[in-house]
Design a protein around this ligand. Sequence first.
Ligand code: FES
Ligand code: FES
Length: 161
Amino acid sequence: MRITFILNGDDVGVESSPDRRLVDILRNEFHLTGTKAGCMGGRCGACTIIFNRAIVPACLVPVFYAQGSEIVTIEGFMQTDEYKDIQKGFREAAVENCGFCDGAKALVTESLLERKKLPERAEIISAFDSIKCRCTDARALADAVLAAAEIRTRRRYGRIN
Ligand code: FES
Ligand code: FES
């Protein structure tokens, strides 16, 4: 069947059997390999995408669910000022990573900061429950997200609160 959706702002379509995993479609048909294939069982979060404005693991989404949807992968998000805020915040907090789930962490951060301008530490830690990153501990991640939140708030409003 042909499945059409919006991918990183573009109208796209793909011929596929309906039950293929969205993560495989993104990686193999659209060459968006920033969406990582990790556990393929919804546990590691490396395949996280923004799907109709929500954070979801693309390994658990059969591609027919994507019909008419709006999807943002890390490649699309990297083109935005919001991504740059997050990148700067992570750098400022000196979070060093192997890179495997950096994209997923940036998208989770984005989803959180669009809901709450300056989240509490506990909210940040809970937002990252779905990402099992072996490189970053929760405290370092919270520092990085808070730094990104301040950078974004200052860029948008010229002050922190
Ligand atoms: S690959 Fe999707 S959650 Fe691990
Ligand atoms: S960045 Fe290395 S496992 Fe997450």
